[in-house]
Design a protein around this ligand. Structure first.
Ligand code: FES
Length: 92
């Protein structure tokens, strides 16, 4: 099973995500609390910035503009780790 290492210096936290698990679900499984509300990619409460690594989305149109995506903003409730590299998340 593929596993990704995720680090969030703002929370002084590190955890692992497995295939098919959202970033939010993996954090919760590790006992790490990220902000969330709708959990379906619309409210933007969980919005974080991906400083390194890659994600793919469970839904076709996550609530982010193209510009926000380009700037690295992600929605952890519907984003899953992808690619080869570890992920680095920032809360702001
Ligand atoms: S919790 Fe609403 S967009 Fe992620």
């Amino acid at each position: 099973m593929t596993e990704w290492h995720i680090r969030c210096p703002d929370l002084e936290a590190e955890w692992a995500a497995v295939e098919g698990e959202s970033l939010l679900e993996s954090a919760e499984r590790a006992g790490i609390e990220l902000l969330s509300s709708c959990r379906n990619g619309t409210c933007r409460t969980c919005m974080c910035r991906l400083m390194a690594g890659e994600v793919r989305y469970r839904i076709e149109w996550p609530g982010l503009s193209r510009e926000e995506k380009t700037e690295g903003w992600v929605l952890p409730c519907v984003a899953e780790a992808a690619g080869e590299a570890p992920l680095l998340l920032a809360l702001y």
